[in-house]
Design a binder for this molecule. Sequence first.
Ligand code: ARG
Length: 458
Amino acid sequence: MSEEQRTWGGRFEGSMDDLTRDYTAGVDRDLYEHDIAGSVAHARMLGATGIIPEGEAAAIVAGLGAVLERFRAGEVEWRPDLEDIHTHVEVFLRDEIGAAAGRLHTARSRNDQVSLLNRMLVRQQCDLAAAGAEALIAALSDLALTHAADPMPGYTHLQRAQPVTLGHHLLAYGEMLLRDRDRFRDCRARANVIPLGSGALAGSPYPLDREMVARELGFDSVSRNSLDAVADRDYAIEFLAACAITQVHLSRLAEEIVLWSSAEFAFVRLPDAFATGSSMMPQKKNADVAELARGRSGRVLGELVNLLANLKGQPLAYNRDLQEDKAAILNAAAVVVPTLHIFAAMAPALEFDLERMREAASGGFSLATDVADYLVRKGMPFRDAHAVTGGLVREAEERGCELHELPFDRYAEASDLFEPDVLEIDVDSALAARDAIGGTAPARVREAAEALRTEAGS
Ligand code: ARG
């Protein structure tokens, strides 16, 4: 490369070693929209404040427009020797407008420039992830309304515990995703402070109008400490934490889909569009989408740890370590955002075997708690009711039958509080009974689905 094209060429004599050139190159090639938007706003402000002549500012803005078109048309030649997107844009601008390009970097360092770029990237990815979460919440709430009264076994320790409705189970994920959506929103709000104007680290000696740039680029406020503004990346870590939590939620849902679609559960049939077959075993239909979502979680969690570790040993202010942040942000978003959308598309296509789920919901003595609650309603302390019901469960187990198949005499012997209506306890009565707010009663599930839909649509 010609040394004079390097933006820092003045102090350097020799050319860069090829390995070093590749080693130090950034991964920000596709971020030209943000970088150019930042430069346009900066140039306008430089002109408006008289820091550079207005005519040259206008030429820079027009030239940046031309550079943007070249990028969009794929007409730029990426040159690793130019290191990052900031240098590329400046060199391409020089091709367009000549010497005036040299004024663009007035009152700016790549350190505040890159922090700006990162914040614009995080904002954008937060919006995309929040929209993905909302799409999946909408799909789950719709499904929950359809299945508000359809029973399935609820589990603890993966043992059948008490019946719940399928709608209630799905809405559990809806609630998680709503918090995920809100985390992306919160992260966006905290990232939305403009760092430009901080210079390399110490601030700027020019009469900047930072508010003007903030307004033009949609930032809520202007950073108050130049060192912090160029050196911290907590907003990126927050984004990665929100991604990691979201992906963990998706991974749990993925695991349920894998389990439910196995022959052992057989609760759900996978739609062909979201499953694959085996090259060897003709009968197989695999939950690959779910498995890959689960399998890619490690990448997302890894990027969070990556950036935390990256930041922890760095003294203030900017260090080149920070260049690693963009790959982390992009890698995590590249998993989370598509996973949200593919789950949103897959959810309505799942074919549930509602009969089998209903059957499973009543098996395994899952109504034992309801029998105990029956005694409690008649005045027995819960601990005693638990013991009485436990005895009945043992007996049913010995006889190889379910609780409601025991003759009423056995109940009457166990407690004189029992009346024949105890045999009417079934899955539907158990579901309907859990009618307190947050419970699985179909009416509550419908309310919760509507509420979630409203909150996610807002
Ligand atoms: N490519 C760098 C990054 O992504 C831009 C800032 C470079 N600043 C510097 N002083 N080398 O962080």
